[in-house]
Design a protein around this ligand. Structure first.
Ligand code: SF4
Length: 309
């Protein structure tokens, strides 16, 4: 059984009509229909541009916001049916790493205070045991315990994100969801950060979901790669297959041209959300949203080109 099963997840918000052409029934769907699984000890990367819905997806998976439809089943428990009190112990095992620790954590706090906080909130262990866990976690991310007396503002971007990761590790999570964790880092630090997480998977069996804007460097450490476009997971498969032989027309443009057209912003657009820019568009694409189909290259693509394969 997978560690995480996400089924037809959807989040929508009503849009205030601001023009004659916009109807009061219009909604934006930052996450329109997302389904995938993560196995124990697996790393998956999901890449998407700024309007793809990555940050909302990260928050939906950890139930920081509630979906309108769909389910998140983690460790055999349907999180979408649980109230906040019941979710609290689950959050030890399912953690979220934010893109920039400067905004997620108080920059004026001492590193030691920030690292102790999750165990204090969860009421885990004595003060001595908590400090031992903090020092162990720092060691696991390659940092020295001398940093405990520093403030976040004293640290580099790479050190800050390692501290944030060490903080999450104090709770011994099974799955860590990373929302663009290298966004504030220089390229070299970003690659070594993803390598560190890959080591944590190898050593301790921690699973990861990397939600990223660029496929590299995250994808080189991921078993599977997904492509998110306007709230739809349009392609998912083994990393080397998706990069080497992308099947969805949007993914093909992503990898062949190195750039993709800006996502359309028309909230009333029907059918496949890529159809205004798709070179393979058919009449059915303008009317209906395709299901996920298996492609001849054996990845999954949300595209009518592969219907009936
Ligand atoms: S469903 Fe149609 S419009 Fe959408 S990507 Fe496939 S061929 Fe293009």
């Amino acid at each position: 059984m997978p560690l995480l099963t996400v089924e037809h997840l959807k989040k929508e918000y009503p849009v205030q009509p601001r023009s004659f052409f916009r109807r009061s029934s219009d909604v934006v769907r930052p996450i329109a229909d997302v389904s995938f699984e993560v196995n124990a000890g697996e790393i998956i990367a999901i890449a998407g541009d700024a309007a793809s819905g990555k940050t909302i997806l990260a928050r939906l998976l950890t139930l920081l916001i509630r979906p309108n439809k769909g389910s998140v089943i983690f460790d055999d428990q349907n999180l979408t049916k649980m109230n906040d009190g019941a979710l609290r112990p689950v959050r030890r095992r399912l953690q979220l790493l934010f893109s920039d620790p400067r905004t997620a954590l108080n920059p004026r706090s001492l590193v030691s205070d920030m690292m102790l906080e999750p165990m204090q909130i969860q009421n885990i262990g004595s003060a001595d045991e908590q400090m031992t866990t903090v020092k162990n976690s720092l060691r696991r991310v390659g940092l020295n315990a001398l940093l405990l007396d520093h403030k976040m503002t004293d640290l580099s971007a790479g050190e800050r994100q390692r501290i944030a990761l060490a903080r999450v590790l104090t709770l011994h999570p099974k799955l860590i969801i990373c929302d663009d964790p290298s966004r504030a880092m220089p390229p070299g630090a970003a690659e070594s950060f993803f390598r560190l997480m890959s080591e944590l998977r190898r050593r301790d069996g921690v699973s990861f979901i990397f939600l990223v804007r660029e496929t590299q460097p995250a994808a080189q450490f991921a078993d599977r790669l997904g492509i998110l476009y306007r709230g739809h997971l349009v392609e998912m498969g083994k990393t080397d297959l998706v990069i080497g032989s992308p099947q969805h027309p949007y993914a093909r443009q992503w990898f062949s041209k190195g750039s993709v057209p800006p996502a359309v912003t028309d909230v009333s657009l029907k059918g496949c959300q890529f159809h205004p820019d798709c070179p393979d568009v058919m009449s059915s694409c303008r009317e209906c949203v395709p299901d996920m189909f298996t492609t001849p290259a054996s990845q999954m693509a949300q595209c009518f080109l592969y219907k009936g394969n």
